[in-house]
Design a protein around this ligand. Structure first.
Ligand code: ZN
Length: 406
């Protein structure tokens, strides 16, 4: 990839290279352990024309999402509460009812649409991952198991379907054909409808050393500036924006069709991004050195604990865990195993470092001295769940923004 995924300009400058890493979500089955895993480069660049931060290498989407994709959103209490509140707000603020239509792109297992269904608002989920889409359908949430494209949007519209609300949470980062995707949103949205998109905020990524949120599935990392340019290209106006704490810091972007007046918050955030230099390379220059610092500190800490005879495990076989463990180089010589609440992940192995994934009960039966929290964005939820392990003397390590023992 040598042109921008959004604006097509050839003005891309790499500011971080994480090396060649395995696919973050490609958990291995026991029979996969005999094979060599594919590894792909992770080079992160800034577009000098539209300010979009993006990785250069694209792994084919079919390879990423149509396989046995083990991520089920409903396993996180934090995410469910976050989603329910968002739904309640949208129903009230948009006056949604039995005549409305809410479409969610990347609807997963129906973790969010279930709350609209419960309130009597018609929904349509769209998600290419077969496992989660099947779970959603079984729960009574109409779901199309396919990719959302400009063509699919045109087909739905020709069938008389247009949406009052389109939701896309943590999907915009994953889309290879960004312009086709946003054009499809503009097609599927009613004249006065609203699209609500959540995406990790690149400002939080850079400011808090969240390098492990960079993986092959995440092609783009948004600012208000770069999202604004993308929407405008397709006749959408960014009318409002909120900053959210979820996933280490995210944006919730609201866009509508046509030329409209952006909110004071949109104008203020665009000005703040320009003032702090986020549209220029200097802002991103020191990031690689800080990421290397986290790698060194975490390596030193875990090696010194091992040297004292301590036993270590990991919590949460999330995508960011694959990146962190492989980039820092923490395999079976450092961690005995990783635990995860998701039964679909148990019995499998973390890509690259090949650590076995067990149920969280293993923390109590094995009592490792320290547990490294890999999905640090859910650390409060994990610490609360694991109070028994802590009462018995177990300690946790949070790796990001800097490694600390809690
Ligand atoms: Zn660009």
């Amino acid at each position: 990839m040598n042109t921008c995924r959004s604006c097509g300009a050839g003005d891309l400058t790499v500011f971080l290279s994480l090396g060649k890493l395995p696919l973050a979500d490609g958990l291995l089955k026991p029979q996969d352990l005999a094979d060599t895993e594919p590894r792909y480069p992770l080079d992160v660049a800034l577009c000098g024309a539209c300010s979009l931060v993006q990785i250069l290498h694209t792994v084919p989407a079919e390879e990423l999402f149509c396989r046995d994709y083990p991520y089920f959103s409903s396993y996180s209490d934090t995410l469910l509460t976050h989603s329910r509140k968002n739904v309640e707000h949208l129903i009230a603020s948009r006056g949604l009812g039995s005549q409305s239509l809410v479409v969610e792109l990347a609807s997963n297992d129906g973790y969010l649409l279930q709350y609209f269904v419960a309130a009597g608002v018609p929904v349509l989920g769209i998600d290419p991952a077969e496992g989660p889409a099947r779970v959603a359908t079984d729960r009574g949430i109409p779901t199309l198991c396919t990719f959302f494209t400009r063509e699919l949007a045109a087909q739905l519209r020709s069938e008389g379907k247009q949406a009052d609300v389109i939701i896309g949470n943590n999907v915009l980062a994953h889309v290879p054909d960004l312009n086709g995707f946003v054009a499809g949103i503009a097609t599927l949205l009613k004249e006065d409808g609203v699209v609500v998109i959540e995406a990790p905020y690149v400002r939080d990524l850079i400011d808090h050393n969240e390098f492990d949120t960079i993986y092959h599935e995440h092609l783009c990392y948004y600012s208000v500036t770069s999202a604004n340019a993308l929407f405008r290209r397709h006749g959408l106006t960014l009318v409002d924006v909120e900053r959210l704490s979820i996933h280490g810091g995210s944006l919730r972007l609201y866009a509508q069709r046509g030329v409209r007046e952006p909110s004071a918050t949109v104008r203020a955030m665009l000005a703040a991004e320009a003032d702090s230099g986020m549209t220029r390379l200097d802002y991103y220059r020191g990031f690689a050195a800080r990421v290397d610092g986290v790698k060194r500190q975490l390596g030193d800490l875990t090696r010194s604990l091992r040297a004292q005879g301590k036993r270590l495990a990991g919590y949460g076989a999330a995508a960011k865990g694959t990146i962190l463990l492989n980039y820092v180089g923490m395999g079976a010589d450092v961690l005995d195993f990783v635990v995860d609440r998701n039964v679909h992940k148990q019995g499998r192995f973390v890509p690259g470092v090949r650590l076995p994934i067990r149920s969280p009960e293993a923390l109590l039966s094995e009592m490792p001295d320290y547990v490294l929290i890999l999905p640090w964005n859910f650390k409060d939820e994990i610490l609360a769940q694991q109070h028994t392990y802590r009462e018995r003397g177990g300690q946790f390590i949070v790796p990001i923004p800097e490694p600390v023992v809690v």
